[in-house]
Design a protein around this ligand. Structure first.
Ligand SMILES: Nc1ncnc2c1ncn2[C@@H]1O[C@H](COP(=O)(O)OP(=O)(O)O)[C@@H](O)[C@H]1O
Ligand SMILES: [Mg+2]
Length: 424
C-alpha cells in the first residue's frame, strides 16, 4: 500500500521512520516533509492547506492511506473534504473529521464535552465581546491566578496565566476587543488554575474501539527548571515515573473511558490519535486539554516504544477491528532532546549548515526544522531543528545517551535544554 504522511515536523519524521519498517508499506511519501524524511522516503512539495492539491496528489499517486500529522488541516476539515471525493471513498484516513477535531479546535467545545461527560477538568466560564463585562466581574470575584485561553487554534501561544486582577482584565480586553490572537480569541475561556505535574496520555481509536499508548512527559519551556517562554517542546520522556498503577487506573476510569463514551455518544467521527493533556492534582488526574493528533515531541518517544506494525494498527480503521488487536510495547524507556535554533522561541536565524549527522550513533535523529539546500547540504529551517531520541533500561540511561549524541550535532547558535527528565 502507498502511504502519505501530511506534515513536516519531528512527529512526521518519526511516523515515517516507523511506517517505513512495515512490510505493508510499498511506497512512502511525506508532504511537505523535511531533510530527515527526504532521507528515508519521498518528499512532496505541497501546500497542505490547499485541500484540492492534496486530493489531486492522492489520486495521482494512488495513495491507500493518509496520516494527517498536524492539527490545523484536521480542524480545517481535510478529512471531511477527502472522504467526500468519490475516487477516494476507499482511502484510509488517520485523523478525525472536522466536528470531532473541535475537541482541539475550540477550547469551549472541549470544556462543554468534558462537563457533559463528567470528566474532571478545571472550572471555567467563556466570554465574548458581547458579555465582556461579565468577564471582568468573573475575574473580580475569583481568586488568582487566572488562566485565559483563546478558544481557537493559536499554535500553542493562546494561553495566558496571569496573577494580577487588573492585568487579567486588560488581557481579556486585548483578546476579545483587539484580536490579540486574531479569530482564535473571539471567545475566551477563563479557567480555575490547577497546580500539579503535567503528563500526556495517548489513545488510538478505529472509530469504535481504542487502545492506550505509552504515557509521556514533555518539556515546554525554553529554559532549564521550566523557566522562560513556552516552546513547541524541548524534549520528552516515556514512560512517566509518577504514573503508578493506581494513578493509571484513575486516568483510565475517570478520563479515557468517559472520553471515548462521549465521542461515541456524541457521534463524533473520530479515527486516529487522541492526545489528552493531563495534570495530576494531589492524587487525581484532571484534563487540561484534548489534542486531535500525536504530540510533538511526545511522538518521538511514544512511537519508538510501539513494537507493533503501525500500518496494521491504522488498518483497523477500515473495519473497526481494533478490539482484537494486540499492541506490543517496548519495556525500555525512551527520551528525546530537541536541538533548537539560537533565539527560539523568539527571533532566530535559519539556513545554517548542520554537521555531525553522519557520526555513528545508537540514537535516532528525528528532523524537525531542516531542509536540503541547493548544494545538497542539510541546513536549519525552523526553530526546533532535530530531536535526538535514545532507548535505555531506565530513563536516566536513555536521557544520558541523548545528551552524549546531541553533542555530535553542530550548527551555529545551537541550543538545547540540559535538564530533560531530571525532575523524574
Ligand atoms: N487550568 C489550568 N491550570 C494551570 N495551568 C494550566 C491550566 N490550563 C492550562 N495550563 C497551562 O498552560 C499550558 C497550555 O494550555 P493548553 O490548554 O494545553 O493550551 P495549548 O496547548 O493549546 O496552548 C498547559 O500545558 C499548562 O501548563
Ligand atoms: Mg497544550
Amino acid at each position: 500500500m502507498k502511504i502519505l504522511i501530511i506534515g513536516s515536523g519531528g512527529r512526521e519524521n518519526v511516523l515515517a521512520w516507523k511506517i517505513k519498517q512495515s512490510l505493508k508499506c510499498s511506497k512512502l511519501f511525506v508532504a511537505p516533509g523535511n531533510a530527515g524524511t527526504a532521507a528515508i522516503c519521498q518528499n512532496i512539495d505541497l501546500d497542505i492547506y490547499d485541500f484540492k492539491k492534496v486530493k489531486e496528489i492522492l489520486i495521482q499517486l494512488s495513495i491507500g492511506m493518509i496520516i494527517i500529522g498536524p492539527e490545523a488541516p484536521l480542524v480545517g476539515g481535510l478529512h471531511d473534504y477527502l472522504i467526500s471525493i468519490e475516487e477516494l471513498s476507499d482511502i484510509i484516513i488517520v485523523g478525525p473529521k472536522k466536528e470531532a477535531a473541535k475537541l482541539e479546535g475550540s477550547k469551549e467545545f472541549a470544556k462543554k464535552f468534558m462537563l457533559k461527560n463528567n470528566i474532571p477538568t478545571a472550572k471555567y466560564r467563556s466570554f465574548t465581546k458581547e458579555n465582556i463585562e461579565e468577564g471582568y466581574d468573573y475575574i473580580e470575584n475569583n481568586p488568582s491566578p487566572y488562566v485565559l485561553k483563546a478558544d481557537g487554534l493559536a499554535s500553542g501561544k493562546g494561553v495566558l496565566i496571569v496573577n494580577d486582577k487588573n492585568e487579567a482584565k486588560r488581557e481579556l480586553k486585548e483578546m476579545l476587543l483587539n484580536s490579540k490572537f486574531g479569530e482564535a480569541s473571539k471567545m475566551v475561556v477563563i479557567e480555575e488554575f490547577l497546580s500539579g505535574a503535567e503528563l500526556s496520555c495517548f489513545i488510538f481509536t478505529d472509530g469504535k474501539n481504542y487502545v492506550t499508548l505509552p504515557f509521556a512527559k514533555d518539556y515546554k519551556k525554553i529554559g532549564e527548571n521550566d523557566k522562560g517562554l513556552n516552546t513547541g517542546g524541548m524534549g520528552a520522556v516515556s514512560p512517566v515515573s509518577f504514573v503508578t498503577k493506581k494513578f493509571e487506573r484513575k486516568i483510565h476510569d475517570r478520563i479515557i473511558k468517559p472520553s471515548m463514551k462521549g465521542i461515541l455518544e456524541g457521534k463524533l467521527e473520530y479515527k486516529g490519535f487522541i492526545f489528552i493533556g493531563l495534570i495530576k492534582v494531589g492524587e487525581n488526574p484532571y484534563v487540561i486539554e484534548y489534542n486531535v493528533r500525536m504530540g510533538d515531541p511526545e511522538a518521538e518517544v511514544v512511537i519508538p516504544r510501539i513494537k507493533t506494525d503501525l500500518v496494521d494498527l491504522f488498518l483497523t480503521i477500515k473495519n473497526n477491528s481494533l478490539s482484537n488487536f494486540e499492541l506490543e510495547i517496548d519495556k525500555r524507556a525512551v527520551a528525546t532532546v530537541m536541538a533548537v535554533s539560537g533565539g527560539y522561541p523568539e527571533k532566530y536565524k535559519k539556513g545554517y549548515r548542520i554537521s555531525g549527522l553522519n557520526d555513528k550513533s545508537d540514537s535516532i535523529y528525528f528532523h524537525a526544522g531542516t531542509k536540503i539546500d541547493s548544494d545538497g547540504e542539510v541546513i536549519t529551517s525552523g526553530g526546533r531543528v532535530i530531536a535526538v531520541t535514545s532507548y535505555g533500561n531506565n530513563h536516566y540511561e536513555a536521557i544520558s545517551k541523548s545528551y552524549v549524541e546531541i553533542n555530535k550535532i553542530k550548527f551555529k547558535d545551537i541550543n538545547y535544554r540540559k535538564d530533560i527528565g531530571f525532575d523524574l
